[in-house]
Design a protein around this ligand. Sequence first.
Ligand SMILES: [Zn+2]
Length: 153
Amino acid sequence: MLETPHVIVGAAIATKISNPLISLPLAFGSHFILDKIPHWNPHLNTETQKHGKITKKTTAFVALDVGLALISGLTIASSSLPSINQTLIVLFGAFFAVLPDVVEGPYFFLNYKTNFIKKWIAFQKSIQTDTTPVPGLIIQILTILAAIAWLVA
Ligand SMILES: [Zn+2]
């Protein structure tokens, strides 16, 4: 999925489940569960193979997603203030939920192509359930709304 739904679900888990020893591994695990739900993401891998790099349009889309993810994560975490401890835990929840994709960033955007990252990308690719853009984006919006509904419940 995009980084925004990953971050919102991870931050929601860390907000709602008070024990970080449970919530943080769950936030990390949520990444792989969300990627199993049919969704649409820009095809970074296909573009890299076809053009040698990612197109400007896709880079802009990824930047928008990452920006939204950051704003969402910070907003949800700040609702735990004044507890610095809980705010940090929620930030970690958001971070762990995107960590599987964060490790791919240098490969696609910094041309850092190590064997470990290549194997990791192949693994993540193997567990994705892809669909076409319209249903794929609607499903992600619904995922975000479900996480927010849980958050405010
Ligand atoms: Zn992923």
